[in-house]
Design a protein. Structure first.
Length: 161
């Protein structure tokens, strides 16, 4: 056999193995037991695959959203904004608490996105965390900063809190 045939065989086996590992990781990522709720959002684990306004560590911290509107209006607006995100669905809504799942395009990994509206203090606590894998290569932070920009544009807010 020629060198190119050997290269194609090795590349095919490598790609198939990579896909099998990714699909296995996706299927073994259980629903997280440590999501927040009405009592508050949680800090991030020690893996660099999440951001949270409840986490004081600089590499995990993200500023909460400013909220100059009522809890009900903020909740409805967040649902609308998140509905515009690809492969995203609302999983749980309980008053000021909202939980969404966002799936990655190819392997369908799940990221949990949470909001806790604190309208009396003019803030929305935010958290976005990957269920599987070690690093998210900045996906969760980028998602939340894009959402912040959309939120600020709709409400004419100048910048992060």
């Amino acid at each position: 056999m020629s060198l190119w045939v050997h290269v194609l065989i090795v590349a095919s086996i490598s790609l198939a193995s990579f896909c099998a590992i990714m699909l296995t990781l996706r299927t073994v990522s259980p629903h997280p037991a440590h999501l927040g709720g009405l009592g508050g959002l949680h800090a991030c684990s020690n893996m660099p695959n999440a951001v949270s306004s409840a986490d004081p560590r600089p590499s995990f911290h993200i500023a909460p959203l400013e909220c100059p509107i009522s809890e009900e209006s903020a909740s409805n607006l967040l649902v609308i904004l998140m509905a515009g995100q690809p492969r995203t669905m609302l999983v749980h809504r309980d008053g000021p608490y909202l939980h969404f799942e966002c799936r990655s395009l190819i392997f369908r990994f799940i990221d949990d996105v949470e909001f806790l509206i604190d309208a009396p203090h003019g803030l929305i606590e935010i958290r976005s965390a990957s269920r599987a894998g070690h690093s998210d290569i900045g996906v969760n932070r980028a998602r939340m900063e894009r959402l912040r920009q959309q939120w600020n544009d709709l409400l004419k807010i100048k910048g992060p809190a």
